[in-house]
Design a protein around this ligand. Structure first.
Ligand code: PLP
Length: 259
């Protein structure tokens, strides 16, 4: 007997961060807070603390496919969130998984660096994400440094990166938190020329898992049926609150308080 109506299911294909700030734990917590059910499929394991990442290992393609296939065969996946993929092979694996979910909204956080700067994938992984995954996405959520890598414009502005990337994807949210202005401008671009800027106050400190929190929340809001621009605003507002309420559990970055 079903006691409650089921919450929308979001399949998360992300890495695991044992410090609990980023990766799948961020996805699970943020999705719970939206009233969604996270189905967390592991793409990679990392060794890291709240300061930085020291190593990572990408799982075998067969293991990731098997995890995703088990979820897809059993649960009604309402959205998919991509985080750390870590290798070219994992990009192809996600393409194969999405072929089974053709009309399900896909949110891609093109993770290539940890908050402390350590690499979580080579730039070639970013180029493969641009070529093969952005065309499948409802929206991609790079921060400006990630957008510069994807666009191959090392000093490009958000507008310049968007002009280069919009032929690949329908919507692009370039977040501005990595600069040093007192106000943060998060820019949403639409392929048809639409543009929205969401401005918020910069909070003091640096954060571990803010990008994961934003992208998984956005996937959750789309899974709940929220329209895209409204979902982006909801996700940015929620993420900002988790940063305002963040804790510093270790010796490094602050961890968003998502619940
Ligand atoms: N995914 C994993 C597994 C990570 O370890 C990290 C950062 O350490 C990220 C994603 C990206 O984190 P952020 O949300 O801070 O960009």
């Amino acid at each position: 007997m079903n006691r409650y109506p089921s919450r929308p299911v979001v399949l998360c294909l992300s890495g695991h961060d044992p410090s609990g700030g980023a990766g799948l734990q961020a996805d699970i917590e943020a999705l719970l807070a939206q009233g969604c059910h996270a189905a967390p499929a592991v793409t990679a394991l990392t060794v890291q603390d709240t300061v930085n990442v020291s190593d990572f290992r990408v799982l075998d393609r067969a293991w990731v496919l098997a995890q995703a296939n088990a979820v897809i065969a059993d649960l009604p996946v309402a959205a998919v969130k991509l985080g750390m993929l870590g290798s070219l092979e994992m990009v192809d694996t996600v393409v194969e998984i999405m072929a089974r979910l053709p009309s399900v909204p896909l949110v891609c956080d093109p993770v290539l660096r940890a908050g402390g700067g350590g690499a979580l994938g080579k730039d070639e992984v970013g180029y493969a994400i641009r070529e093969r995954l952005l065309p499948l996405c409802r929206i991609a959520t790079p921060n400006l440094p990630e957008a510069r890598i994807l666009a191959e414009l090392p000093a490009g502005s958000a507008d310049q990166c968007a002009a280069k990337l919009l032929p690949y994807c329908a919507h692009l949210l370039i977040t501005g938190g990595h600069g040093d202005e007192t106000e943060i401008h998060n820019r949403l671009y639409t392929r048809d020329g639409g543009q929205h800027t969401f401005t918020c106050a910069r909070l003091p400190g640096s954060y571990h898992g803010s990008g994961c929190t934003l992208a998984s929340t956005l996937a959750g809001r789309l899974a709940l049926g929220e329209e895209l621009v409204s979902a982006v605003k909801s996700a940015l507002d929620y993420t900002w609150r988790t940063l305002r309420d963040a804790e510093q559990p270790g010796h490094g970055q602050y961890v968003p308080r998502r619940l």
